[in-house]
Design a protein around this ligand. Structure first.
Ligand code: NAP
Length: 272
């Protein structure tokens, strides 16, 4: 019998997940389908209960439901630490967060071993939390730089383990970049349509830096293009999108997805 998967969010029309997962099912000859479902906040409980009752096998959860859905499923330890669920397995009603796997998978695929590295993380929102936990799990020395300093400090306090929080001003961010091996941009600065924006001054970049921008639209942000000019290794957020999807796929189906097929489909959609 066909197995049904999907993604819930509000809005949902922009989601690239249906094409990404359906391409993977097609490539592996699986009798599965993945659909987008527009769910408003006030119908979230109905949607989760209804999905379970209908025998839907798994759902991804996107903005704005990632936090609210935690009450409706059983989040695993990592999802509880991050404070958000993006994957539900209806076989167990367990909730997972695959954003950390998305970040570590992206770095591994680029040949970057995060273990013990000095990481400078720009941002302190939802995506930054996943990047922070990925860095802590890998034993990194982490500095969080956020526009609203108090929010960065709150995240640093929560993480403990000597994590520092700074602002985005040149006098603080300059020395922090000079002392870092990996720069992760988890702010929305540079995201479509504001593609001519950059979160830091490009002059501060150095060639030994790996620059990972979590933004996937555009595929190459201003930050990545400036980092390339400086000779940095660069990683696009499209990788995170694909590897978090791949991790959901593994949770649901217990097999490895064709990551290259998924990435090709997403890149094609983003170029259009
Ligand atoms: P969020 O929770 O709203 O956090 C936004 C972050 O950006 C905050 O730290 C915010 O700082 C900062 N920011 C916003 N405007 C800024 C500006 N003008 N100058 C400096 N900092 C600014 O959003 P999110 O969910 O974490 O998403 C952040 C980015 O990650 C988005 O571009 C999103 O597309 C991307 N993302 C990618 C993936 C993927 O799969 N590749 C997954 C999730 C998210 P304040 O605290 O000062 O407001």
């Amino acid at each position: 019998m066909i197995q049904i998967f999907g993604v819930i969010g509000d809005p949902i029309g922009h989601s690239l997940s249906p094409e990404m997962h359906n391409a993977a099912y097609h490539a592996l000859g699986l009798d599965c389908i993945y659909l987008p479902f527009h769910v408003r906040a006030e119908r979230l409980r109905d949607a989760i209960e209804g999905a379970g009752a209908l025998g839907i096998r798994g759902l991804n959860v996107t903005v704005p439901h990632k936090v609210a859905v935690m009450e409706l499923v059983e989040p695993d330890l990592l999802a509880r630490k991050i404070g958000a669920v993006n994957t539900i397995d209806f076989a167990t009603l367990k909730g997972y967060n695959t954003d950390v796997a998305g970040i570590t998978g992206s770095l591994e695929s680029a040949g970057v071993d995060l273990r013990g590295k000095r990481v400078l993380l720009l941002g302190a929102g939802g995506a930054a939390r996943a990047a922070a936990f990925a860095s802590i799990e890998a034993g990194c020395k982490l500095v969080i730089a956020n526009r609203t300093r108090s929010k960065g400090e709150k995240l640093a306090d929560e993480l403990g383990r000597g994590v520092n929080a700074i602002g985005l001003e040149d006098d603080e961010i300059g020395p922090a970049i000079a002392e870092s091996d990996v720069l992760i941009n988890a702010t929305s600065v540079g995201m479509y349509p504001e593609i001519d924006k950059i979160p830091i001054r490009p002059e501060l970049l150095h060639p030994d830096l790996v620059v990972f921008d979590l933004i996937y639209n555009p595929l190459e942000t201003m930050l990545l293009s400036e980092a390339k000019k400086k000779g940095c290794k660069t990683i696009s957020g499209v990788k995170m999108l694909v590897y978090q999807g791949a991790a959901s796929f593994r949770i649901w189906l217990g097999i490895d997805p064709p990551v290259d097929v998924m990435e090709t489909v997403v890149r094609e959609r983003l170029i259009l």
